[in-house]
Design a protein around this ligand. Structure first.
Ligand SMILES: [Zn+2]
Length: 272
């Protein structure tokens, strides 16, 4: 197959007109083409082969790690005290989706107006999903531009702590974000050991951490500081550390992962 501007030539179909959302960058070979039907038309997805992506990332640094915690208000809070808010355009699309949902439920079943409303709802659904996915891709890229290891909370574990329940409103999005993050890490992840052997999946990493107690534990001295969800600050009575509770949790997530990761690296080096 070939692509020229707004025309795509497929070997089995011939020329078709397309709207190009993203230009194919130079130096990429097109590997596969898939066509899917969605609410607002047909979509062509190309998978590209980029020969410029290096297969080896030898400077993998286990200390270059960041912990991120799902924020109650922000999308996430990181252990380096950066906060990523949910972008305004995504919030706006989500609001529109809600109003489209209400419209469907107001229309009479079987009516043409309801059919129209359903179609509108499907389009809005897709818009939210696309916007969210784009945001997740950008955020994942920004994290791996800066860090080699990203520690996140493990989801879906039994005996979910209260904080997680309150945050579960973000969970669907969070799960997708973690999976995008992991895919990105896996793609970039190949590193060489001191003996020259290549280890897949050992480079950039996304690691899930048991979230139990991460919001209660003091990130400075380890003392358990019980606090209700409404309490936004972590205030330790032992070492007098005062931090935003989400930042305190993100630092704990990072610390838990750093310990476990070092142990894992040591044992993988020994086995070589
Ligand atoms: Zn403390």
């Amino acid at each position: 197959m070939r692509s020229r501007g707004s025309e795509l030539t497929l070997s089995k179909i011939g020329d078709i007109k397309v709207i190009v959302h993203r230009q194919i960058p130079d130096g990429f070979d097109i590997k596969t083409v898939s066509i899917t039907k969605k609410a607002d038309g047909y979509y062509v997805t190309l998978s590209l082969d980029d020969k410029t992506v290096p297969m080896i990332k030898p400077d993998f640094d286990a200390d270059n790690i960041v912990g991120i915690d799902v924020g109650l208000i922000d999308f996430y809070v990181a252990s380096d005290n950066t906060r990523i808010p949910t972008p305004k355009h995504l919030r706006k699309a989500e609001r529109k989706l809600k109003s489209a949902q209400r419209q469907v439920s107001r229309r009479k079943k079987g009516s043409n107006r309801r059919k129209k409303a359903i179609k509108k709802l499907a389009i809005q659904h897709k818009k939210v999903a696309d916007t969210r996915k784009n945001f997740h891709f950008q955020t994942a890229k920004a994290l791996f531009d800066k860090y080699d290891v990203v520690a996140v909370e493990k989801l879906n574990i039994k005996g979910l702590v209260k904080t997680r329940l309150a945050k579960s409103i973000n969970d669907a999005g969070w799960r997708q974000f973690v999976s995008i993050l992991s895919n990105k890490a896996a793609k970039l992840a190949t590193w060489s050991t001191p003996c020259g052997r290549l280890c897949a999946n050992a480079g950039l990493k996304v690691i899930a951490v048991n979230p139990n107690g991460t919001s209660q534990e003091c990130s400075n001295c380890g003392h358990k500081v019980k606090k209700p969800l409404s309490q936004r600050m972590h205030n330790c009575s032992i070492c007098h550390t005062i931090l935003c509770r989400d930042l305190n949790a993100a630092i704990n997530i990072k610390a838990r992962r750093t310990h476990a990761l070092k142990a894992q690296l040591m044992s993988s080096l020994k086995s070589h």
